[in-house]
Design a protein around this ligand. Structure first.
Ligand code: NAD
Length: 283
């Protein structure tokens, strides 16, 4: 079997067109969705991510505000900037680009963002609401994975889903979202014994590990849906995922490539969440 490729870039583009249309409608009602991004320090990768977020905002007709703070910014100053944005009616989403410099407590920062503008979905209130299946901002990468599955017509209810990785931003929440849609979910992680015993039971296999080509054909059940979240560089410096794409595609039913798989969905769902937040101000 050769897997059908799930084209994340195409699905993201389609979603962005829908978002842009909704932004237009909202603007006609006097509300322009606004996203504030705070960048502390000079991390090169963070700068690239932030500039992509700004570009996408502008492309979709949203207001984007970039706040750049020097590396040595005291924590209290960052927190007061967030408080100011919490009260700013032009801003519907607040995102603090991670990682932060060591002297700043990430947890405190996340908890200072009002849950109503937490478009990253990292605030414990949004995490709790997500777990309870209530209205919440869903974290963007897991949310993007769910949209990829939906847009590809893949049913989830009753399926065995195995998530490899248990980070707070990807592994744990994607497992929860799959559970919310009635999958039977298994989490695997760095202490899991006999990984292949678990992964080979998966109808839906999510790889969020951060190790190039970690998931091999032997880990995958014939016909499985394989979602590769990894963004890694291989020995030649080329971008690659956590899944050994060439061998796994011969066994899987569906597979996401890297690049053009999960990656483009993350930023798209950030825009979706910002729009959702802006729409909620009209209620
Ligand atoms: P992380 O480092 O926080 O977590 C990695 C997880 O992998 C851990 O839970 C760990 O237990 C597990 N793990 C490590 N070694 C393992 C092993 N030998 N067997 C089984 N599990 C093992 O990483 P993260 O933030 O969840 O990111 C994972 C990958 O996804 C990275 O490559 C990251 O760059 C990528 N990522 C992509 C996007 C996107 O938009 N596409 C977003 C976030 C993260």
């Amino acid at each position: 079997m050769t897997a059908q490729i799930i084209n994340g870039k195409e699905i993201a583009e389609k979603k962005k067109v829908q978002i842009a249309e909704e932004v237009k409608l909202l603007k006609a009602k006097g509300v322009t969705p606004g996203l504030a991004v705070i960048l502390v320090g000079n991390n090169h990768a963070s700068r690239t991510y932030v500039s992509n977020k700004q570009k996408t905002c502008e492309e979709l007709g949203m207001y984007s505000l970039l706040i750049e703070l020097p590396e040595e910014t005291p924590e209290v100053e960052l927190l007061s900037k967030i408080e100011e944005l919490n009260g700013d009616s032009k801003i519907h989403g607040i995102l603090v680009q991670l990682p932060l410099p060591e002297h700043i407590d990430e947890k405190k920062v996340i908890e200072t963002i009002t849950p109503a503008k937490d478009v990253d979905g990292f605030h414990p209130i949004n995490i709790g609401r997500m777990m309870a299946g209530q209205n919440a901002f869903l974290p963007c990468t897991p949310f993007g994975i769910m949209v990829l599955l939906e847009e590809s017509g893949i049913s989830i209810s009753g399926k065995n889903a195995v998530v490899v990785g248990r980070s707070n931003i990807v592994g744990k929440p994607v497992g929860q979202l799959l559970l919310n849609q009635n999958a039977t979910v298994t989490y695997c992680h760095s202490r899991t014994k006999d990984l292949a015993v678990h992964t080979s039971q998966a109808d839906i296999l999510i790889a969020a590990v951060g190790i190039p080509n970690f998931i091999r054909a032997e880990h995958v059940k014939e016909g499985a849906v394989v979602i590769d979240v990894g963004i890694n560089r291989n020995d030649e410096g080329k971008l690659c995922g956590d899944v050994a794409f060439n061998e796994v595609r011969e066994k899987a039913g569906y597979i996401t490539p890297v690049p053009k798989g999960v990656g483009p969905m993350t930023i798209t769902m950030l825009m979706y969440n910002t729009l959702k937040s802006a729409k909620e101000t009209l209620r």
